[in-house]
Write a protein that binds this ligand. Structure first.
Ligand SMILES: [Zn+2]
Length: 268
């Protein structure tokens, strides 16, 4: 497959490990922070060229310019402009083994050139990104670098802080401390809510802040996120393996559970 003009887009292709909140809700890097630097990665060029061939991308590979970038999470991006591909690896990868760098490169290239990633590379990256020590570093990095989005707890139709307090009294005997809470700046398409322990915030998709969405639906999604506050893990939830059997059982305590679920099924 050759480089077609369709790929010569300014919009970077990126991927984030599963189960982290959306990157769009916050800036990647804190501004005015001198400690955050980019580091060129000269060996990255040959690495990408190698993976380009290994994935079976045909045609002449672009010239790869690779750097480590102080993203607020395990995020990597690639952006193609003319014959040059600009790659930014999360600077967490600076200490990663070469095989992990190869697999991350393969994932980026596969996105950009629409190739299949060999399963062993995909698994390798996944294993790395979910490893305890990596999760711990991502958590600390997010706490240091990610900025909480400015969120409005009072939406156009539903006030989340008020709902939180009511749910807290009704289902948690008032024992939950209230994290930052608010509506997403833009409606999310796939996710309805998220609790991010690193930022200590609950965000609900503003897609639910509409007149046609009954209060019990907003409450249910909020209650779900509150259960994540109650059962904290040191990583952002709502991704793979996020919900234990116990969690699911507790979720059903919500009075309008069935009605809310029915509504959400139709919403999708
Ligand atoms: Zn969840």
């Amino acid at each position: 497959m050759t480089l077609s003009p369709a790929f010569a887009t300014r919009k970077p292709v990126s991927f984030v490990i599963p189960s982290l909140p959306k990157a769009g809700e916050e800036s990647a890097v804190r501004k005015n922070s001198r400690s955050l630097r980019r580091h060129p990665f000269p060996a990255g060029g040959p690495l990408f060229t190698r993976m380009f061939t290994r994935l079976g991308c045909s045609g002449r590979p672009p010239h790869f310019v690779v750097e480590f970038f102080p993203y607020a999470g395990l995020v990597h991006t690639i952006r193609l402009r003319d014959d040059v591909a600009f790659v930014r690896f999360s600077d967490l990868l600076q200490t990663a083994p070469p095989r992990v760098l190869e697999s991350a490169a393969a994932l980026l290239l596969a996105r950009l050139f629409r190739r299949r990633v060999p399963a062993e590379l995909r698994d390798l990256y996944r294993e790395y990104s979910l490893a305890q020590h990596v999760r711990r570093r991502v958590h600390h990095l997010r706490r240091r670098r990610a900025r909480r989005a400015t969120l409005a707890p009072t939406g156009a139709f539903h006030s989340l802080e008020q709902l939180f307090d009511q749910l807290n009294r009704g289902y948690f005997a008032g024992s939950l401390r209230r994290p930052h809470i608010g509506w997403s700046a833009r409606p999310w398409r796939k996710q309805l809510g998220c609790f991010d322990p690193a930022l200590d915030q609950i965000v609900l998709s503003s897609r639910l802040d509409r007149p046609g969405v009954p209060r019990c639906v907003v409450e249910y999604v909020l209650y779900h996120e509150m259960l994540h506050v109650k059962h904290p893990l040191r990583r952002a939830r709502c991704g793979l393996q996020a919900h234990s059997r116990k969690f699911r059982a507790e979720e059903k305590h919500y009075a309008h559970y069935a009605a809310a679920r029915r509504f959400l099924l139709r919403l999708r």
